[in-house]
Design a binder for this molecule. Structure first.
Ligand code: AQP
Length: 319
């Protein structure tokens, strides 16, 4: 069976983009793939962070994954901080990665460009991401465009390590699941919907109440063309609303006489999609969520440990 790993950063509240671009494809893949849903809480430490928020967000992401249909009997849900083999392998991989390779990562350049203090972990986190993937022997990694450079680095590291020290790692492949939609920010449809956007106005949180969702969609930026048309270049806002509709319903949208009618329909389907998730989220007991994370860790550790032992032996350490 194909081994697949999907990562989620606990850096804020999950949004509709995370659901339609990553969680739903993960739920669909459960029938055919041996999946791991990984909350990358270690990655959340690479920028200025509030410890309590990281912990709370980690549990919120785990709860939302369960509420959205990730079945812990089929998919191990883990936090990367709770599987120490990730950090052990991270160090071994750092010893096979060049400084220049890490320094040219676009995300590092962008996030360190602000002029404030830059954590060393921000530079090395793509190597941790490589460890997150390689330690579990993942064949497939669903990635958005902004992570493709990091996935390529993980592949380069795996290929180089295998060639230099002997066959140790599965070389992962980045995939874009067919059902993965890319959802844009409602107030700036040229940018993807994001947890860390400066304004929450363009984001639909998975736990937002219906009235907040309706308000956000009614205020979504459109244009002055006055025609409902799928035209990403000239009508990105309207196109985004149409794509949200298709992603939520799985059907080709009908004709709309006005932007108002389109927005009302989008609001109805998004509210209908998120309402059961919000309801299940409220029912889930935090103790059960913690147990699920502990079970996930127990399930994945033997294979992770075997990978680390192989890597230790190959690179020249005593076992
Ligand atoms: N707008 C989006 N549309 C479709 N898919 C998206 N994803 C993120 N935003 C969209 C996918 O969700 C998964 C988890 O993302 P992440 O937690 O790794 O964070 P990210 O990709 O960096 O995006 P976010 O959620 O906006 O977080 P911030 O603002 O913290 O960077 C990934 O599979 C991602 O592709």
């Amino acid at each position: 069976m194909i081994k697949q790993i999907s990562g989620f950063q606990p850096t804020g509240n999950l949004h509709l983009g995370n659901l339609l671009g990553a969680i739903r494809p993960l739920v669909e893949a459960q029938a055919t793939a041996d999946s791991i849903a990984m909350i990358v809480d270690l990655h959340a430490l690479t920028m200025e962070h509030d410890p309590a928020a990281v912990r709370a967000n980690t549990l919120e992401v785990a709860t939302l994954l369960l509420a959205a249909g990730v079945d812990p009997r089929r998919t191990a849900i883990i936090a990367n901080s709770q599987v120490p083999e990730h950090t052990e392998l991270h160090y071994l991989l750092e010893c096979t990665t060049g400084f220049g390779e890490a320094a040219r990562m676009i995300q590092f350049k962008e996030k360190s460009a602000g002029g404030g203090p830059v954590r060393l972990s921000l530079l090395t986190y793509p190597v941790l991401m490589a460890a997150d993937i390689l330690v579990h022997g993942a064949d497939h990694v669903p990635v958005g465009e902004d992570q493709s450079q990091h996935l390529e680095l993980a592949r380069t590291i795996a290929i180089r390590f295998n060639a230099r020290y002997g066959e140790t790692f599965t070389v992962p492949e980045g995939i874009r699941p067919e059902s993965a939609a890319r959802i844009m920010d409602l107030s700036d449809p040229t940018r993807k919907m994001s947890k860390s956007a400066p304004s929450a106005a363009g984001r639909i949180g998975l736990l937002d109440p219906p009235e907040t969702i309706r308000r956000a969609i009614s205020r979504a930026v459109t244009d002055t063309a006055g025609v409902v048309r799928h035209d990403p270049e000239h009508q990105p806002g309207v196109t985004n609303l149409l794509e949200i509709l298709v992603a939520c319903t799985g059907e080709k949208p009908g004709g709309f006489s006005s932007y108002g009618a389109l927005k009302r329909e989008v609001a109805d389907v998004v509210v209908a999609l998120l309402e059961p998730i919000r309801a299940r989220y409220r029912e889930l007991d935090p103790g059960y969520v913690r147990e699920t994370l502990a079970e996930g860790r127990t399930r994945v550790r033997p294979a992770a440990l075997a990978t680390v032992r192989r890597a230790r032996a190959a690179i020249g350490l005593c076992l």
